[in-house]
Ligand binder design. Sequence first.
Ligand code: AP5
Length: 220
Amino acid sequence: MRFLVLLGAPGAGKGTQAMILAQRLGLPHVATGELFRAAVRAGTALGREAQQYMERGELVPDAITVDMLLERIDRPDAGEGVILDGFPRSRTQAEALEAALLERGMAVDRALLVDVPAEDLVGRLSGRWVCRLAGHPYHVISNPPRIPGICDVDGSALEQREDDRPEVVRARLARQLAPMQSVVEYYRARGVLRTVDGRQPIDDVTRDLIAAVETVRPGA
Ligand code: AP5
């Protein structure tokens, strides 16, 4: 059982790394942002509610987010562990996760902070393209697809995310960095935080993340 949390500012590279780690470690990748975007596409009540916050660059309220996340990690594919991407995003979410895992006899093994300075984030988000089918992320300069406009992994078309428009990016960075820092401190206090330099090339970030989780033994 391995329960890993990926932390980082918007655009730090959590999604990029979570997809690679999920393959390498054989664990499901659970991203609350992707769960919300899927709900928006499906037009559910949850999606309609979440969309109002996402398009303003705000965090979706904790109660909605926690319920959605706990329902997801109770599914059978999460039985051997999970890589959480984009959750927890507030101290309340971190406390709710800890309590829920305790009830299930588990705990967060590692919280992995992908650390990127604020001045790099706007360029990462404004140059990002994601695939329509699964959200695989690309970047016009640092991580281009082999064929322009087409996902290397599944062949679907690439598009820009609604919340990567400049005014929403500014709001996301203004509103979400402080709560993220409170979650970093939460896991630092519990001794499970490891920080990786997210300014490195993607493969080097992956190498450092793998090194940081290798000390967590499955089943420990
Ligand atoms: P979410 O989807 O989680 O967005 P985010 O946290 O803002 O993170 P991003 O997906 O924008 O960035 P990332 O860190 O995954 O970076 P990526 O790998 O794509 O959330 C969206 C919204 O949903 C939130 O704003 C909120 O409203 C809501 N929400 C979600 N979870 C919530 C929660 N728990 N509570 C409340 N609300 C919630 O990389 C970015 C770019 O950089 C890409 O172009 C990539 O190719 C490139 N890149 C990646 N790594 C590198 C590298 N090492 N060097 C150079 N370029 C790189």
